[in-house]
Design a binder for this molecule. Structure first.
Ligand SMILES: [Zn+2]
Length: 309
């Protein structure tokens, strides 16, 4: 009988336990955060805290069913829209792309797993990651998807005002996941919120992309675009619960693209054999034709995200 893994945090395994527990169909979960201003009431590492803790909960809930493994969090990413604020740290675009591609290549070189679920905590990474996962598949043979937690949530927000950054959604989730990091006394209520039409035109318009910034007084109040004062831990729990529930079919779909073809033999036995890596490396090309078409067509309007970054 197979022993249960000591932990589903990949870094806590020994090298011998890798081949004992991971298979080609295993899903590696990579949280990506950011170090950037989140208004006066949330810490710089908000996106990393959310991505990592959500991933931990997803792995705790579905890890043994779907064979999930958590990688350490990528803590710094693409935050140029917030670089006016002290403490915001950004990678150059090329460095971020190279970092994610290096991690993908190393997964393929060093692990039997061929599925990668990126849990993206920072909305500013979205456009790059959407393109990058195609290269990860084509160049690295890695079956990948990007999970945008706030957009995945089906929790009712009851908010007519756009919620982009450090607002109701993100503050609520922080109150649920890491309340000790929220400066409640700093949650301000602007006398007048920035004009929603400007936010809709500069941040959400699908017809034009603008290099909007969070120090633009037309959009943000002290770096916040949204209604942080309307946040609550209860709403945060509902958002988190919804994300954890909604992610299961996403991960099943990801794994579906990576199941060995019928008659390809017992995956566990193959995973333990010395030929494991060579066989797995040939898999992506064989299965590439089975790849699902992208669900995101350029013309389809994207639903307005409750919490963008
Ligand atoms: Zn954020």
């Amino acid at each position: 009988m197979e022993r249960a893994p000591p932990s589903r945090s990949l870094g806590e395994l020994t090298f011998l336990e890798i081949s004992r527990h991971l298979k080609e169909t295993s899903i590696i979960c990579l949280p990506i955060g950011a170090i950037e201003q989140h208004g006066p009431h949330l810490p710089l590492n908000t996106d990393g805290v959310i991505a990592e803790e959500l991933t931990r909960r997803i792995v705790a809930r579905w890890g043994s069913d779907l064979d999930l493994w958590q990688l350490p969090t990528v803590a710094i990413s693409l935050s140029r829209e917030h670089d006016w604020a002290p403490g915001t740290l950004c990678l150059a675009l090329e460095s971020f792309i190279a970092l994610v591609k290096d991690i993908a290549r190393e997964i393929v070189r060093s692990l039997p797993a061929r599925n990668l679920a990126i849990v993206n905590g920072h909305g500013g990474n979205r456009g790059v990651l959407e393109n990058l996962i195609r290269e990860l598949r084509g160049d690295c043979g890695l079956n990948a998807c990007v999970i945008h937690p706030f957009d995945l949530s089906k929790a009712e927000m009851d908010s007519g005002y756009p919620d982009v950054h450090g607002g109701k959604g993100e503050t609520s989730v922080m109150l649920a996941l890491a309340p000790q990091l929220v400066r409640r006394d700093q949650i301000g209520r602007a006398k007048e919120l920035p004009d929603r039409k400007e936010i809709e035109a500069l941040v959400f318009d699908r017809g034009t992309t603008w290099p909007w910034r969070s120090d633009d007084p037309r959009l943000a109040d002290r770096g916040v675009i949204g209604e942080a004062h309307a946040a609550s831990a209860e709403l945060g729990e509902r958002i988190v619960d919804s994300i954890v529930a909604e992610v299961r079919p996403v991960l099943e779909r990801l794994q579906e693209g990576r199941r060995p073809a019928p008659g390809a033999g017992d995956a566990k036995a193959r995973a333990r054999s010395g030929a494991r890596n060579a066989q797995a490396a040939s898999q992506p090309r064989r299965q590439a034709s089975r790849a699902r078409p992208s669900s995101h067509s350029g013309n389809r309007p994207r639903p307005r995200p409750p919490g963008r970054s």
